[in-house]
Design a protein around this ligand. Structure first.
Ligand SMILES: Nc1nc2c(ncn2[C@@H]2O[C@H](COP(=O)(O)OP(=O)(O)OP(=O)(O)O)[C@@H](O)[C@H]2O)c(=O)[nH]1
Ligand SMILES: [Mg+2]
Length: 296
């Protein structure tokens, strides 16, 4: 179960092979095992009482409790316990991934965005420019192998992970995918997460950097609406900048909003379509890979 949205992130499928070993596969909590630490009142007029708070801004806040999220029928205390349990197991596997990547001199990047922000297009354009740098790609989507096929068409090894009802990749999925795929020794491992600006930010995959991609069609307000994602990322790629002449989008406002959430976030503007900004992105990749190798 996803600690953030409660989705069933238990259906790892790596291109045809169902994995029985996935630790989240039986991670569901049983409904109705009342342990009387839930925070609703049975006497309330509704069948499930509110766990949201009303505030001066007129909004209903469901994330102000200890768990930072709300799942019907589950108390905040129980959600915190589930979250701690899931994250502890994920973090242990992520730490293993990090050791494996470091031993191979691999720089792993976790690319995250809303659906359709241009992750795969940016990867395809990037892979064509890598020159001497080796690379491999893990593609995460709920269904289809379309993105992995797009990557393989460019001659770079790629493996698709389908998460089924799951809304994000986790460290165990990446560990298994890396085993199937093989690592690009002293090269770049790109991990394209499931398109979602919320849950992927909460799960360490063992990557060196989280990279958030926000396209110019999404609105300048996204960092403020989805702060967890922008807080977690080291780099913001503003994508599809070739479209700017057709839009009212204010890139400086997007960047200011991102830096309100994360003052240290680096920013690059890119277009997979026109190629604008791609050399600066390549430069960032080269530097990050060199730093990774210097740390060996
Ligand atoms: N104009 C323009 N369109 C782009 C650019 N990059 C991607 N697109 C278009 O945006 C759409 C989505 O691109 P994808 O690369 O599939 O986006 P994605 O983030 O990988 O999507 P999901 O994996 O489904 O979340 C496609 O129609 C692309 O052609 C770009 O730089 N400029
Ligand atoms: Mg994609």
């Amino acid at each position: 179960m996803c600690k953030i949205c409660g989705c069933e992130n238990g259906q790892l499928r790596i291109e045809g092979a169902l994995s029985p070993a996935h630790p989240h596969a039986h991670d569901h909590v049983h409904q109705h095992d009342h342990d009387h630490d839930h925070d609703h009142q049975h006497a309330h007029a509704h069948s499930h009482a509110h766990d949201h708070q009303h505030s001066g801004d007129g909004a209903l806040h469901f994330g102000n409790g200890a768990a930072g999220a709300s799942v019907p029928g589950q108390s905040q205390a129980r959600l915190v316990r589930i979250e701690q349990d899931i994250l502890a197991r994920n973090d242990a596997i992520a730490a293993d991934n990090r050791r494996v990547f470091a031993a191979a001199g691999v720089l792993a990047l976790n690319l995250m965005s809303s659906p359709g922000a241009g992750k795969t297009s940016l990867l395809v354009a990037t892979l064509a420019l890598l020159g001497e740098m080796r690379a491999a790609v893990i593609e995460g989507d709920q269904e289809t192998s379309a993105d992995a096929e797009r990557i393989r068409a460019s001659g770079v090894p790629a493996i698709q992970v389908n998460t089924g009802k799951g809304c994000h990749l986790d460290a165990q999925m990446v560990a298994q995918a890396a085993l199937h795929l093989g690592l690009p020794e002293r090269g770049l491992l790109f991990i394209e997460n499931v398109g979602n600006l919320v849950c992927p930010a909460g799960f360490d995959l063992g990557e060196a950097h989280k990279v958030v991609i926000c396209s110019v069609t999404e609105g300048e307000d996204k960092p403020l609406k989805y702060p967890g994602m922008f807080a977690a990322a080291d780099l913001l790629l503003v994508s599809k900048i070739d479209l700017l002449p057709h839009l009212d989008f204010n890139v400086d406002q997007l960047i200011a909003n991102a830096r309100r959430i994360n003052p240290g976030i680096a920013v690059l503007r890119v277009s997979a379509r026109s190629g604008e900004g791609m050399q600066r992105w390549l430069g960032w990749l080269r530097s990050a890979l060199a730093l990774r190798q210097a740390a060996e």
